[in-house]
Design a protein around this ligand. Structure first.
Ligand SMILES: *Cc1c(COP(=O)(O)O)cnc(C)c1O
Length: 407
């Protein structure tokens, strides 16, 4: 290794984001490289949640819908999140999960492109994206899901929309959203981006996209089960209608009319009673994000992932560890994936030694680098531990072979 641990400590001392680590709770002895799956807890999250429970729910009771702004949480929180994805106010709502957000975006896109009966989805995408589209197509009838393959070959005048992830959850590869969006729109179709592995990892720009969806519990640190978001380009606000026509998206939700009429603007992309308590940690996290320079986040992310790639390179010849993620920083998100035939027990052995990554079948070791709280020294120590696990073959231990339910 050409870079020493002391070099990494020096890099940490110069890091303009170093003060942010204190904003998060990170157990001692843990190198947490799973912020791309469940972000660390903002220190302020517990008190923020307690405040909503005790002061809002406890004292204001049902009045909280007005006095504490519960009814508008999907919109007010969406406005706070919007800058992270290059969107403006009134363009994002927060609520439900990413899977549900996909149904909203895809069904709205189908409605905007009547007569086009093909939905293009990526077989390599996170499975729920694909499963939700399959369910929609089955329920509506007369539609077809087509795999993305080579985009130029599958785009035709029968395509209503394309759903793709900006960053591949398995390989960490980042797609060129501007180029893909332009190509899809030139074919008359609508572009829907899944930003689960983008939002909070770097500055996203959805200004050209038609729709976007994403979760807030990964790089955005909003906690397990935190609500997802949907972005709708304002050029579609007047006509886009999705199929989850719940009462909160109604033009007059408290008129209790017999039939559905969509609300004006982005509000029609809300569905039903928001999970009020889950917005508290998200808003606590957004308090941090509002103070962060996303250019610095990206610069640090590139530096962390590049360091990890350079150090892990040493593991290729002796142990057959292969780099899966593109070496060109422009072509990756904030995650690095390595391949090893015994990836599962290797990851279990690593976790047992305090280095937390995760495993994705069949043979991928995933490491996420959340720039707000991961240090250069953590990267160094993680690779040192991985080296030891491989060198001493700790992973062969019986205990690491049996698969746990959640990998
Ligand atoms: C994490 C992730 C999801 C999660 O979906 P949920 O509905 O929140 O369970 C969906 N899509 C992608 C690409 C993801 O990375």
């Amino acid at each position: 290794m050409t870079i020493s641990r002391a070099d990494c400590v020096a890099l940490d001392a110069d890091d303009p984001l170093k003060h942010l680590r204190d904003e998060f709770v990170l157990p001692d002895g843990t190198i947490y490289l799973v912020g791309n799956s469940l972000g660390a807890m903002p220190r302020a999250a517990a008190a923020a949640t307690a405040r909503v429970v005790e002061e809002e729910w406890g004292r204001q009771l049902v009045g909280g819908w007005n006095s504490a702004g519960w009814f508008d949480l999907p919109l007010t929180t969406g406005d706070r999140l919007a800058p992270l994805i290059g969107a403006g106010p009134g363009q994002v709502v927060v609520g439900e999960s990413t899977s549900i957000a996909i149904v909203k975006a895809v069904s709205a896109a189908m409605g905007l492109r009547p007569g086009r009966r093909v939905i293009i989805s990526d077989l390599a995408n996170f499975p729920t994206d694909r499963y939700m589209v399959e369910g929609l197509v089955k329920a509506l009838g007369g539609y077809e899901v087509r795999d993305i393959g080579v985009l130029d070959e599958v785009l035709g005048d029968d395509v209503a929309c394309v759903l793709m992830s900006e960053v591949d959850y398995r390989t960490g590869e980042r797609h060129d959203t501007a180029a893909v969006t332009a190509k899809v729109q030139a074919a008359g179709a609508l572009m829907i981006w899944d930003l689960c592995h983008s939002a909070g990892a770097f500055q996203v720009d959805m200004s050209a996209a038609d729709f976007a969806v994403g979760c807030t519990y990964k790089y955005l640190n909003a906690g397990p089960g935190a609500p997802a978001f949907v972005y709708v380009n304002p050029r579609h606000h007047a006509r886009a209608e999705h199929m989850l026509t719940g009462w909160h998206g109604h033009a007059a939700p408290f008129a209790f009319e017999p039939g559905y009429r969509p609300a004006e603007g982005i509000r029609r992309f809300t569905v039903s009673t928001p999970h009020v308590l889950s917005y508290a940690p998200l808003n606590a996290s957004l308090d941090i994000w509002e103070r962060v320079d996303l250019g610095q986040v990206r610069a640090k992310s590139v530096a962390l992932t590049s360091l990890f790639i350079d150090l892990a390179e040493e593991l290729r010849a002796p142990y057959g560890v292969e780099l899966v993620t593109p070496r060109d920083p422009e072509r990756r998100g904030s995650q690095v994936s390595l391949r090893h035939p015994d990836g599962y027990p290797v990851m279990r052995a690593l976790i047992d030694r305090g280095v937390h990554g995760d495993f994705r079948a069949p043979d991928i070791l995933r490491f996420g680098f959340a720039p707000l709280y991961i240090r250069f020294a953590d990267v160094y120590d993680a690779v040192a531990t991985l080296t030891e696990v491989l060198e001493k073959e700790h992973w062969r231990d019986e205990r690491y072979q049996r698969r746990l339910a959640v990998t």
